[in-house]
Design a protein around this ligand. Structure first.
Ligand code: SF4
Length: 402
């Protein structure tokens, strides 16, 4: 859209009001109700969200989500240059959906020393501006390990933003160290922790959590830990793992809880929904998510989370092809270059790990969108221009007419 700033429109509801609705939205009273609520400044609640999950009109839901995304960000789609480094796969818990964790005596168990951590970053340090680090709940590591890790990383690579720790890791470090969550986050921030990635939300309904990740932090604890981070000026992100044992109403409740937390503390930057991948996990009763459901979740996230700006199509889980469909169904971000990833790949993901900026920009351009490189906090943007194709073999892209 001409005139959309690289950071997006704050006044997106007015832009949305001026769009003409496609027939798939205009002829659907549920979608018209959602549209009217949003342009008037309201939000789509659990009842309407549940109806969206039950609606047969997926094309209309995607079209409305796409309009909302375009109202906010035009045809821009964001990505960044990052690297994933997991600190340890040793974990005192055993969530049933997790293919990553290992017991301490397992042959493949590892726990990186600070030197090994820095060594992992070193080959990429000139081309990334973010390291994304999460890991298991190591039985012996307290806050001193993490303070040392972040201080050392900042000393060696001061330009790299450290996005690290899920809420349950924060809880575990606090408990191991005899500190409150607030003291823990304050000390980690002082040592160099810049933001939290948001993993571990799963479904924020405790009956579901008890079935898939008993012993993990409760729904309220997940939200409180993020609230405390926000109060300390630490930006965070939030996630949803779907396709295990939850109902569609529980998905809507999850989205509503995140929206309410954002209303209260305001520090969520991006929502990252991803489907459960079953390889090497212990959840045979999981329903699994079809392609249609993945797109539906991303689209409904965009419709319900009117106060969380960015919705990510997480390539590491859903792959580049599905991510490219998601771009036209409400997503405005496809994450980063990543370079190395274990958690989703252990569970069966085959997403490529050698994508560079050119490759990501190509995924975005191939669905008629414009690639924009961002930093982790979405405060710095550069319109990314690919090198011209040598052979000009790109296929023409179908344009929407309504
Ligand atoms: S999801 Fe996290 S807390 Fe749960 S077993 Fe895996 S590594 Fe441990």
């Amino acid at each position: 859209m001409i005139g959309t700033p690289l950071a997006g429109n704050n006044d997106w509801r007015k832009v949305l009001e001026n769009f003409s609705l496609p027939l798939s939205v205009k002829n659907d009273s549920l979608l018209v109700e959602c549209y009217n609520i949003l342009v008037k400044g309201g939000n789509v609640d659990v009842e309407l969200g549940t109806k969206l999950f039950e609606s047969p009109n997926l094309s209309g839901i995607s079209a409305l989500a796409d309009l909302i995304k375009k109202s906010r960000f035009g045809d821009y789609v964001y990505f960044n240059d990052n690297l994933h480094v997991n600190t340890t796969n040793i974990c005192v818990l055993a969530c049933r959906f997790c293919a990553f964790r290992k017991g301490p005596r397992h042959n493949d168990a590892y726990a990186l020393s600070v030197e090994e951590y820095l060594h992992r970053i070193e080959p990429f340090s000139e081309i990334i501006d973010e390291v994304h680090s999460v890991g298991g709940l190591h039985p012996d590591w307290d806050i001193e390990y993490y303070e040392n890790l972040y201080r050392s990383a900042k000393k060696s690579y001061p330009h790299i933003h450290i996005k690290s720790l899920t809420a349950v890791e924060v809880k575990h470090i606090a408990s191991r160290s005899g500190l409150s969550v607030e003291e823990t986050l304050f000390r980690l921030k002082s040592a160099g922790l810049d933001s939290l990635p948001g993993g571990g939300a799963e479904i924020l309904v405790d009956t579901v959590r008890n079935r898939i990740c008993r012993g993990k932090e409760s729904s309220a604890e997940y939200l409180t830990i993020h609230e405390i981070a926000h109060s300390l000026g630490i930006k965070t992100n939030c996630t949803m793992l779907f396709g295990t044992v939850e109902t569609v109403r529980e998905r809507a409740i999850h989205l509503h809880k995140l929206r309410s937390q954002q209303n209260a503390s305001g520090g969520f930057q991006c929502f990252v929904p991803y489907p459960f991948l079953p390889d090497k996990t212990r959840l045979p009763e999981a329903q699994l998510a079809s392609l249609n459901e993945i797109i539906r979740v991303i689209a409904i996230s965009r419709i319900m989370l009117d106060n969380i700006p960015h919705i990510k199509a997480y390539r590491m889980n859903i792959g580049s092809n599905v991510a490219s469909i998601a771009i036209n169904s409400g997503a405005d971000d496809i994450d980063g270059t990543v370079n190395h990833e274990e958690i989703m790949h252990e569970a069966g993901s085959s997403a490529r790990l050698d994508s560079d900026s050119e490759e990501l920009a190509k995924i975005i351009e191939n669905v008629n969108s414009t690639p924009v490189k961002r930093n982790t906090t979405y405060s710095n943007f550069t319109r990314y221009r690919r090198k011209p194709d040598d052979d000009n073999r790109r296929l023409p892209v179908a344009q929407s007419t309504s």
